[in-house]
Design a binder for this molecule. Structure first.
Ligand code: FEO
Ligand code: CA
Ligand code: CA
Ligand code: CA
Length: 649
């Protein structure tokens, strides 16, 4: 097609072999250095990181578990410079903590079960977002971060934020901290991300519910509250899987992690509503270190994986795609009410631009039909049964739809997917790809459907769609399945239906990114295969083709192929990470010569007594193993080609 004339027609590297090495592996002719590892100081006054659990000043260091990430070129005047490749700001999510390595000897508590404040502070500060300045080294495409840059910033679960959009001021968001429901403190479990056409960063609150504790307060809440909390993983007498007893430190900013309603209390005297202020897309202006992050409630409250923009077209609405990463959850799309004005890309009041496009618009949820068509169903108050008489939740306003979003999606009959993770929009033709990482709980006959056709889907798949007429804000789409994850030696009739080989087999696709040339990068988060026994997690490059030449499902649990299979010419392994890590987060400079990749939680399967990984190497060569006995660290690495050429092609 003419519109694809600029897309690369071949991948320019030899496939990397699967391996279990405790180092990053890249194709011949590529190098990688460690740019920014857990604990690295972000100013000149904070001491170097000792990495023995005794380090202080955690609010002025890199957080843990690097995840989604975006590069923004930086002009000499400190403004956004879209085409600049030698100097920029890197925004990096810190999703979680590996607390085994955070403290001197693991997390502790006193005889009453209370956590020490110093440990809790360290754990909270290791979450959130980093903004760091990065620069090319002289005569090289390699980059390092500028330790003393005034742009360097940490955003953590302590950082004050505004709540904007339809849910701002809702009584469901009233708290002792913000009795009028307009502010909250912090962001949590920042998994993937997005960025906007006006130069801001979006960080997305994924498993936020897992940090809270809730006692049995059913009788003290109304039915709507109880329904909404239970649907979000906060049933009575529950504590989430990342619950770290932060609420046991005796100060308001910590006690809020117990949301149990108190007898005789109210929304402004206890913390019953605190968790309602989490679960959103958060907008950050990386160029203004003093700016206050904005929680954009119009984009819904779910277990937000990420938020990816379609290319902005002047005079047309902006479109964002989002996944809710849990088993049997949904895919969403947000369409702005305002049409895109390219002059807004030049403005320096970026969060005001964000309010224009992200506080007003329509949220949709996806339904995938068995005939390869699909539709977007509007989640709008008083449409599609989302009204006060709804049996799942009494929707009294759009604020309620934006707070109880999962119940709204349930009510309109959206398609339950196999864990929606990252989306990516092909810059060449607007087609949207989305990873469905796995779902081993889809086990019952009748649970499989055309879009999620494998029972016991341990290896996941990548679905894609083309919006009707190529119009991104359209209400209908056509879809197919681009790739199924599988082991190369698995049954080609039921499991390895994409025909993967040793050069490109993978499992549990998660991170997904199109570079501007149209090369698709696929990252994995797998603990079973190829994870533990065949290979560490990995990143592949793919030349994607079009909707319609992928997999057509004729019977559930036995998909058949039409069109081209995934050959080594079109899908090829580019990188294998160190032991125990997930590979997640990728971006490049605009000239394609410097690539950033995140190595998340190396050594996750080990303990202080029995380390599974000691990566990274103290000399910061990412391709080498670490020093014996050294605690592993999550890190951003920088990949360059030794001959200075563009990466991947
Ligand atoms: Fe944090 Fe769904 O990955
Ligand atoms: Ca993910
Ligand atoms: Ca994942
Ligand atoms: Ca992970």
């Amino acid at each position: 097609d003419d519109d694809e004339a600029g897309a690369p027609r071949s991948l320019g590297f030899a496939a990397v072999a699967k391996n279990r090495n405790d180092a990053v592996t890249l194709p011949a002719g590529y190098s990688a250095t460690v740019l920014y590892a857990f604990g690295d100081p972000i100013d000149g006054g904070t001491p170097d990181f000792r990495n023995d659990g005794t380090d202080t000043a955690s609010d002025r260091r890199a957080g843990d578990q690097h995840d989604g990430m975006a590069y923004f070129g930086l002009s000499d005047a400190g403004q956004w410079a879209r085409t600049r490749s030698d100097r920029g700001l890197l925004a990096i999510n810190h999703e979680q903590v590996l607390d085994a390595y955070l403290h001197v000897a693991g997390p502790t508590q006193d005889v009453n079960g209370n956590r020490p404040q110093a440990e809790v502070d360290k754990e909270m500060n290791a979450h959130g977002v980093s903004i760091i300045e990065v620069r090319r080294e002289v005569g090289s495409n390699r980059m390092s971060y500028v330790r003393t840059s005034p742009f360097n910033r940490r955003i953590t679960p302590f950082t004050e934020m505004d709540i904007t959009g339809p849910a701002r001021g809702s009584a469901r968001l009233f708290t002792p901290f913000s009795p009028n429901g307009t502010r909250t403190r912090g962001t949590l479990n920042n998994c993937a991300h997005g960025h906007t056409p006006w130069g801001t960063y979006l960080t997305c609150e994924e498993n936020w519910f897992s940090y809270w504790k809730r006692g049995d307060d059913v009788a003290l809440r109304n039915a709507a509250d109880n329904a909404q909390l239970a649907r979000n993983g906060l049933s009575p007498n529950s504590a989430g899987f990342s619950y770290r007893k932060w609420d046991t430190v005796d100060a308001d900013v910590y006690r809020r992690f117990n949301i149990t309603a108190q007898p005789g209390g109210s929304a402004t005297t206890d913390y019953r509503n605190e968790a309602n202020t989490f679960g959103y897309i958060v907008e950050i202006d990386p160029f203004d270190p003093d700016s206050r992050p904005q929680k954009r409630t119009a984009l819904g409250r779910i277990v937000h994986e990420g938020c990816w923009a379609a290319p902005a077209i002047p005079g047309r609405p902006l479109v964002f795609y989002m996944g809710d990463d849990a088993r049997f959850e949904y895919i969403y799309k947000f369409v702005s009410a305002e049409n895109w004005d390219p002059a807004d890309a030049e403005r320096s009041d970026r969060l005001a631009v964000g309010a224009k496009y992200l506080d007003h618009g329509t949220l949709y949820v996806a339904k995938f039909n068995a005939d390869g068509s699909g539709e977007w169903i509007a989640l709008v108050h008083n449409q599609n049964g989302l009204d006060i008489n709804n049996t799942l939740f009494p929707f009294a306003s759009q604020a309620d739809v934006c707070i109880a979003t999962r119940l709204a999606a349930d009510a309109v009959g959206a398609t339950k997917m196999d864990r929606p993770e990252w989306a990516a929009v092909n810059p060449v033709n607007g087609e949207v790809y989305l990873t469905l990482t796995n779902n081993t709980r889809r086990t019952q006959q009748g649970q499989a459907d055309a879009a999620n056709p494998r029972l016991g889907n341990a290896n996941g798949h990548i679905i894609r769609w083309r919006e009707s007429g190529g119009v991104q804000e359209a209400m209908r789409f056509d879809w197919d399945i681009f790739l199924f994850g599988a082991a190369s030696d698995a049954d080609p009739a039921t499991t390895n239906v994409s025909g993967l080989t040793d050069a490109n087999d993978f499992s549990s696709p998660d991170g997904l990114w199109f570079d501007a040339r149209g090369v698709l990068w696929i990252q994995t988060d797998d603990g079973v295969f190829p994870g533990n026994d065949r290979s560490n997690n990995q990143m592949l490059a793919a030349l994607p083709g079009r909707v319609g030449d992928g997999v057509v499902v004729t019977t559930t649990n036995a998909p058949t192929i039409a069109g081209a299979k995934a050959t080594g010419d079109t899908v090829r392994r580019f990188l294998v990470g160190p032991r125990g890590c997930e590979i997640t987060g990728v971006d490049m400079t605009p000239d394609y010569r410097t690539m950033f990749v995140n190595v998340q939680h190396p050594g996750e399967d080990g303990t202080l007594d029995q380390l599974d990984s000691t990566w990274p190497n103290p000399s910061r060569n990412a391709l080498q193993t670490g020093a014996a006995g050294q605690r592993p660290r999550s890190a951003t690495i920088v990949i360059t080609r030794d001959d200075g050429g563009p990466i991947g092609v």
